[in-house]
Structures are given as structure tokens and as C-alpha cells.
Design a protein around this ligand. Structure first.
Ligand code: FAD
Length: 251
């Protein structure tokens, strides 16, 4: 779990400004956007500024705006591993929720998905095609980008095990394509955690070909995950209300 607390967090009644339109894009940056509804724990204060780009051009323009304004940037996937302080977050929160394109390559057995695509939804799309390799992800809340950063995993599988590469954009506009080795994977973390390089998309190696056993395997994993979700949520909520600001892992 990544707890986001900051002594310099915005506090109290901050002014709400009119949305800022970024020139040459359809992108709008809004002020004082509540983050409580954008994280799994449904708590936390507002983002000083918030943007949800729909394209790489929007993303670049958003980063450029934050740079010009001298603002810190926080990256937000589905918010399932984030606990935001009641004081909110200073600077610009960049959400990946609209970066969702998915493409399956029948020749290579690889799937490429945008950072904001839901990782369980991707697992279902793959399973529907009879492609194996993502079954473990059906019960993990979060996005492709969050999974790449956190090395999400369950039931013996994890992101590092199937990732071919991840495409990144840094606030300065630099595009990089990194391999799992470059990402320095360890248990539920990578070198990207806590940084400002944004995963824009990721490619995973799956195994095409219909597998009769898959539907059973899927059901087992889903049942197990459903139990885990309820238990984890309750335990995590209890722990966090007792110890605000502590860093813990959710899964
Ligand atoms: C009930 C529950 C059950 C869970 N079970 C599991 C489990 O079984 N296994 C498991 O591994 N995890 C589990 N988790 C944790 C969580 O689902 C994973 O860590 C998930 O990968 C987080 O994805 P996200 O999109 O929600 O990321 P977020 O929570 O939004 O962000 C997590 C971190 O990644 C960064 N980030 C997000 N997107 C990007 C991006 N595109 N580029 C760069 N940085 C980015 C954020 O800044 C933050 O540091 C669980 C969480 C909950 C609430």
C-alpha cells in the first residue's frame, strides 16, 4: 500500500478555480477535485489540480503545464493501492483512467494495453479468447499501469512473469521502452514506484490456444479472490484508521 501524506498537503478551504484548457488539446485541468471517490478506500482530501488525459498528446501537455507551473506530479491509476491524506495532494494529479486501448497480436500471442485499462478486465478479455497467462489477475483491482508499477500478482502469477515491455513517458517528454529487467522487479514493487515516469502502455506475453481447463481454473481463482477482497478491505481499513500514514501492502 502506498500512503500519500505530505506536510505540505493542501489544507482547509482552498479556492476552486475555473478549469484550465490546455491549448491544442481537449484536455481540461480542474482544481480541488476530491480524490476520495477515485481510490478504493474512498477517503482522502482533494487534488490541488487534477487531469485525466485521453491521449499521449494530452498527457504531454499536462506534464508540460505542471513543469511550467513548477508543480509536483502524482500519478493515479485505479487508486487501489493508494491511501490519500485528508489534507489532499499538492500539485497536479494525473489519472490514467482514459488511456485504455487494447490490442491482441494473434501472431506473437502478445497483448498490448493502455495504462488505464483494468487489469481484471484484460484478464477476462484474454480468457474469452482462450489465451492463458493472465488468470491470476482476475481478482486484482487496478489498472495495467498500476500492475506494472506494483508488480501486481496473486495465486503464483505476477506482472513481472509475463511482461514483455512497458512504454513510459517522463514529465520532460522522454519516451522509454523498458524490459522487466530494467524495471528492477521485486515483491510487489519496481523501480517506478514513487517516481514520476508514467507507464503509458504495456505488452504482455500470453499463450493463445483454447484451454478446456481454463473456465474451471478461472472460477476457482475468482472464488478465492472474492474472499480475499472482502477480508483485505476490512483488515486494511481497520489498520489504516488506526495508524494514519503508515506504508503497508494490500496484497
Ligand atoms: C481489496 C484489495 C485487494 C488487493 N489485492 C491485491 C492482490 O491480490 N495482489 C496485488 O498485487 N495487489 C493487490 N491489491 C493492491 C492493488 O490492487 C495493486 O497494487 C494494483 O496493481 C494497483 O493498481 P492501481 O491502478 O489501482 O494503482 P494505484 O493504486 O492508482 O497506484 C499505485 C502506485 O502506482 C503508481 N501508478 C499508478 N499508475 C501508474 C502509471 N500508469 N504509471 C506510473 N505510475 C503509476 C501510483 O503513483 C502509485 O505509486 C489489492 C488492493 C485492494 C484494495
Amino acid at each position: 500500500m502506498v500512503a500519500i501524506c505530505s506536510d505540505s498537503s493542501i489544507k482547509g478551504n482552498q479556492p476552486v478555480y475555473s478549469p484550465i484548457s490546455l491549448r491544442g488539446t481537449d484536455c481540461k485541468i480542474n482544481s480541488q477535485v476530491s480524490l476520495a471517490g477515485l481510490t478504493s478506500f474512498r477517503v482522502g482530501g482533494p487534488a490541488e489540480w487534477y487531469v485525466a488525459p485521453r491521449s499521449i498528446a494530452d498527457l504531454q501537455a499536462s506534464f508540460a503545464w505542471a513543469d511550467t507551473e513548477g508543480m509536483p506530479v502524482t500519478l493515479l491509476g485505479a487508486g487501489s493501492n493508494l491511501l490519500v491524506s485528508d489534507g489532499g495532494l499538492p500539485g497536479l494529479v494525473v489519472a490514467t483512467r482514459y488511456l485504455k486501448q487494447v490490442s491482441f497480436n494473434e501472431q506473437t500471442g502478445q497483448v498490448t494495453a493502455g495504462a488505464g485499462e483494468s487489469i481484471p478486465r484484460l484478464a477476462w478479455l484474454a480468457a474469452k479468447r482462450g489465451w492463458r497467462g493472465l488468470e491470476w489477475a482476475v481478482g486484482i483491482p487496478g489498472t495495467v499501469g498500476g500492475a506494472v508499477v506494483m508488480n501486481a500478482g496473486a495465486h503464483g502469477g505476477c506482472t513481472a512473469g509475463i511482461l514483455v515491455n512497458a512504454r513510459l513517458l517522463s514529465p520532460g517528454g522522454k519516451v522509454e521502452i523498458l524490459s522487466p529487467q530494467d524495471l528492477g522487479y521485486r515483491y510487489r514493487t519496481s523501480v517506478l514506484q514513487g517516481g514520476d515516469r508514467l507507464v503509458t502502455e504495456a505488452t504482455f506475453q500470453l499463450q493463445p490456444g483454447f484451454d478446456r481447463a481454463m473456465s474451471w481454473r478461472k472460477r476457482i481463482l475468482i472464488s478465492a479472490s472474492a474472499g480475499q477482497l472482502n477480508l483485505t478491505t476490512c483488515l486494511a481499513a481497520a489498520r489504516y484508521s488506526a495508524i494514519p500514514g503508515r506504508r503497508r501492502r494490500a496484497g
